[in-house]
Design a protein around this ligand. Structure first.
Ligand code: ADP
Ligand code: GLC
Length: 493
């Protein structure tokens, strides 16, 4: 694609941001795409809730202004992250909690999430129309996931507004609230109707983005097609089909500097494809750290995951139960649903020589799993994009994935074209599919030249943001054109 010479002022709104606050891939995308847009010449400012844990990591945030929002006053502060400005919306509702931005430690959604993310969206809306004493009018407001979904809807109530883009990272998380909660928050009644925020009698924050943003995109071409079907549409497929000329897919990139086995400081030994033998040092370190028998020849399957229905953790547990006698090891790092934690720990107890589980969220340890494993398991039921399969490819760890969403767009089975094959694709998120996939990998692991070829194909792939950043710039232009056309239509003749 030819480089887009246009540059834009972009207000990029998100609820997590690597390296400050992360529950999953959303943080990594929001921590890397804005930098790629900046490198391409745009003026990007990120807006994020000013969580306590984030403020603690920042030296001296600069107070900009108090925003008097319909839901109450917030303080807007500013800091920088590498080369871009980050605006922090601070309010007591974003402080003083253990757990993550959305859930308590015991895995329950914070009861005031509807308030918190309505407040955040009201702040985005105010900044978007240059009412925040920044003397800065964005051309584009780029919102991400349900936590920011109300902002594109609120902006349609403004006489003059910037264009809006809404990116769906995961359609299953919708931010739906009861109608009376919507009324209690005194959110605009004119947005509550079936072509607006109303969703089966509830109000849906994500629908604000899906129905009102000028352009909607998701994080892979495959998932953009899937969400228009009943199977993957989470009840929104009708709306998405009706707006299909406004819905597209742009594959996520990754931060190629951050996720680089040659420089990653968390590894026991750095390596590249030319020094791939050093990967074994990481494997040994992983086995040691996990209390598994040290054995260079056994194929090690790695998992780093939110423990959630989406990720097929139950599928892994089912497959392992049938592979008890086989020659392999499994190393799992995960946090999330309690019943999955319990089942994984039970499996570890039953098969201590084969299965090791660490419950928790640890960025450093995740790097060692990426580098030390031979195969990375991602039997997801759906996967909007998935970053771990790309990180794995970069670390010479062959991904084993289901053929859905972004996984199908990035992983090519060992049986396909030898110049392209980089992992293993299974045809369904079921125990038997994964079991036979894992048997296939265990057998393939003994054929070192063929294995090296798969690793080489993955390790030499380019997953940088450059191409996708250009696609976002084109999407911004399309959204701006839409708003201009709309403006002309609304002008009195
Ligand atoms: P999702 O966003 O659906 O969870 P992705 O594959 O896009 O899936 O991204 C997941 C990101 O979160 C990756 O960077 C992965 O390494 C990280 N991650 C998930 N679980 C953990 C964990 N328990 N500890 C450390 N990192 C984790
Ligand atoms: C979501 C999706 C994941 C995607 C990530 C970043 O969390 O589940 O597939 O990679 O967002 O876009």
């Amino acid at each position: 694609m030819a480089a887009n010479k246009n540059t834009y002022k972009v207000l990029f709104a998100c609820s997590e941001l690597t390296p400050w606050i992360k529950t999953g891939g959303l943080a990594d995308v929001c921590g890397s795409l804005p930098h790629a847009l900046h490198r391409a010449g745009s003026d990007v400012r990120v807006v994020l809730p000013g969580y306590d844990s984030v403020l603690r990591q920042i030296e001296s945030p600069i107070f900009i202004s108090q925003l008097d929002l319909p839901l109450g006053p917030v303080a807007l502060c500013r800091t920088t992250l590498k080369d871009i400005d980050v605006l922090l919306v601070t309010h007591p509702c974003f402080s003083n909690r253990t757990g993550n931005p959305y859930m308590s430690d015991d895995d329950r959604a914070w009861a005031d999430n509807p308030f918190r993310f309505a407040l955040f969206s009201q702040a985005i809306d105010e900044i978007a129309v240059n009412q925040a004493r920044l003397d800065w009018q964005p051309d584009i407001v780029h919102c991400n996931d349900w936590q920011t979904g109300l902002a594109p809807a609120l902006l349609t109530l403004r006489a003059q507004r910037p264009a809006t883009v809404f990116t769906v990272h995961n359609l299953a998380y919708q931010g739906n609230i009861m109608q009376n909660a919507y009324e209690t928050l005194k959110l605009p009644t004119e947005l509550f109707h079936d072509n607006g925020l109303e969703f089966w009698g509830q109000a849906s924050y994500i629908k604000g983005g899906l129905a009102y943003a000028d352009r909607v995109n998701t994080v892979s071409a495959g998932y953009a097609d899937e969400i228009k079907t009943e199977q993957f549409g989470c009840g929104m497929d009708g709306l998405l089909r009706s707006r299909s000329d406004r819905v597209s897919g742009i594959l996520n990139g990754i931060d190629m500097d951050d996720w680089n086995p040659e420089t990653d400081t968390h590894l026991a030994a750095n390596f590249s494809f030319n020094t791939i033998n050093l990967k074994a040092v990481n494997k040994e370190e992983l086995q040691k750290a996990m209390g598994l028998p040290i054995d260079p020849d056994v194929p090690v399957f790695g998992v780093i995951s939110r423990l959630a229905e989406q990720k097929g953790i139950d599928v892994i547990i089912e497959a392992i139960a049938s592979l008890r006698e086989d020659y392999f090891q499994l190393a799992v790092l995960g946090s999330g649903e309690t019943h999955l934690q319990v089942q994984l720990l039970t499996l570890e107890k039953e098969l201590p020589q084969k299965v090791a589980v660490r419950i928790g969220f640890s960025e450093p340890f995740s790097r060692l799993v990426e580098a030390g494993a031979d195969v990375f398991l991602m039997p997801s039921r759906y996967e909007p994009c998935g970053l771990n399969q790309m990180y794995s490819l970069r670390y010479g760890t062959l991904p084993m994935v289901t053929n859905v969403g972004g996984l199908a767009d990035t992983v090519f089975d060992s049986d396909s074209d030898a110049g392209k094959a980089n992992g293993f694709v299974i045809q369904g998120a079921t125990g038997p599919h994964l079991e036979s996939g894992m048997r296939r990998a265990i057998a393939a692991f003994t054929d070192k030249p063929a294995w090296r070829n798969l690793q080489k194909n993955g390790m030499t792939q380019n997953f940088s943001w450059d191409a996708s950043a250009q696609s976002y710039l084109a999407l911004y232009q399309a959204a701006i054109d839409d708003v201009q056309t709309l403006g002309k239509q609304l002008q009195p003749q």
